[in-house]
Design a protein around this ligand. Structure first.
Ligand code: UD1
Length: 432
């Protein structure tokens, strides 16, 4: 019966689209831990811990459009958030400050033992900073901070995400690393090895969990990318197409750079259709810079939004942002993926699909060393050369260490061990 008193509260923070697929496996691992706890009334097999875990999910509301948030909750079976801060868009300072102000109240009310933040968005650093300075009692106790996807570095401080990563890592008590470069970077910055755990990649946990379901999506039919097979009329086989995503401020917020990238895709768009699910930021910018001529509006693009002119008849097929399953299906079947996203470099590596990254650097070097990624830079010739090379390449690359679908289990096991240690220490302190 004593076991029933051992409880711990874990708060997980999500805010923006790339957080959802990284947090979902951790929330599922907590649910599975509790289920086997109730059935066995003892320690859980995966975590080997006797804690009953209470999970609190906080959504900051950094992303709020249904296509950027709700659809991901549905696709990834994420429970409804317990708390929604409804923060929305703003400048970096305004958004970060608003999250901090609202989150502090929540943290003081909920008083979790540990808080999980994932990735490198503004919500990640804002909540980590609040938790690092909060004090629940006279002993100055505060939640432990666990950072999932720690240690990645592009060494480019002009990227807002790089600033967020560095700060979050230095605030965290537990750092969960996805690839070996992260271990090296954290050591180099003087972060103690004791805090650091090499666990693999929770985003790949999600990919492996949902791959079959994603491949059954009808998005290829919707976008007319299926080939009719032989004479039997059953659709089978997929047209050769490329998939494009662009949303980094450094690529889309400057008209000349954005134009240059689109011109660099001319050879590719001449050889196969390019499907482009465009981020809201990107849609606004391409309308602002008068770049509609490169695009054609597709099934799924929302005429009600009218951000893009309906007369557009270019070679790149623009669609509204897609949900997790539809996008995974498009990625898995593409001849090549061209992107400036961080996560997509990792997902294409795991899927064995050639990837061209339209950036000068990557914080995920394992995708180039082991996986299917090449860095193209942002010059026209660089993009042409890289897409040509990737379309001709037959190599499917390899899968990095520990990207095996079990990362969230490793994370939860480490979290339970740390909470146990901290609770023992706290009991000793109070007894003195
Ligand atoms: C954020 C992350 C970035 C991540 C990206 C994925 C930071 C600093 N950046 O960038 O690391 O790769 O998410 O999408 O946290 N908007 C909408 N609807 C939404 C959300 C945003 O229309 O649901 C529009 C707004 O005009 C907003 C703009 O997109 O101002 C940018 O949104 P924001 O959250 O500030 O940054 P992202 O570019 O999405």
């Amino acid at each position: 019966m004593e076991q029933q008193n051992k409880t711990a509260k874990i708060m997980t923070i999500v805010g923006a689209r790339p957080n959802f697929m990284k947090a979902a496996p951790i929330l599922a691992a907590i649910r599975d831990h509790n289920q086997s706890f109730t059935t066995s009334l003892g320690s859980n097999g995966a975590t080997n811990s006797e804690f009953k875990l209470q999970s609190v999910l906080v959504h900051t509301g950094q992303h709020y459009d249904a296509a950027m948030s709700d659809q991901f909750f549905a696709d990834l079976n994420i429970p409804k958030p317990d708390v929604h801060l409804g923060v929305g868009s703003g400048s970096h300072a305004a958004q970060t400050a608003e999250i901090m102000k609202k989150f502090e109240e929540v943290l003081l009310r909920e008083r979790p033992d540990l808080m999980v933040v994932v990735g490198d968005v503004n919500s990640t650093v804002a909540c980590a900073l609040v938790a690092a300075k909060i004090s629940f009692d006279v002993h100055g106790s505060r939640p432990m901070i666990a950072h999932v996807e720690a240690g990645l570095r592009s060494f480019d401080r002009e990227m807002p995400e790089e600033v967020n990563r560095i700060l979050t890592d230095h605030l965290a008590d537990l750092l969960f690393v996805t690839e070996e470069s992260g271990l090296k970077n954290l050591r180099h910055e003087g972060i103690s090895d004791e805090k650091v755990h090499f666990v693999g990649n929770t985003m790949i946990d999600s990919l492996l969990t949902f791959k079959d379901k994603a491949f059954a999506s009808n998005i290829l039919d919707k976008l007319k990318l299926r080939k009719a097979a032989g004479g039997n009329g059953i659709s089978a086989g997929v047209e050769r197409y490329a998939l494009l995503t662009l949303h980094r401020p450094s690529n889309v917020d400057h008209g000349a750079t954005f134009l240059n990238i689109l011109e660099g895709l001319d050879e590719l768009s001449g050889s196969c259709p390019i499907i482009f699910p465009a981020h809201p930021r990107t849609q606004k910018k391409l309308a602002e810079f008068g770049l509609e001529r490169f695009f054609t509006l597709e099934n799924g693009s929302d005429p009600a939004k009218k951000t893009i002119s309906a007369q557009a008849d270019g070679r790149i097929r623009l669609v509204e942002p897609l949900g997790y399953l539809d996008f995974l299906c498009l990625m898995g079947n593409a001849a090549v993926v061209v992107t400036d996203s961080g996560g997509i470099q990792e997902e294409t590596t795991c899927l064995g699909v050639p990837c061209v990254t339209v950036r000068e650097n990557t914080e995920r070097p394992v995708t180039v060393e082991v996986g299917t990624n090449v860095l193209a830079g942002t010059s026209k010739e660089g993009i042409r050369r890289a897409t040509r090379k990737q379309l001709e390449s037959k190599a499917s690359g390899g899968v990095p260490n520990a990207w095996d679908g079990k990362s969230a289990q490793r994370i939860l096991a480490a979290i339970c061990r740390e909470i146990e240690k901290k609770q023992q220490l706290y009991t000793t302190l109070k007894a003195k």
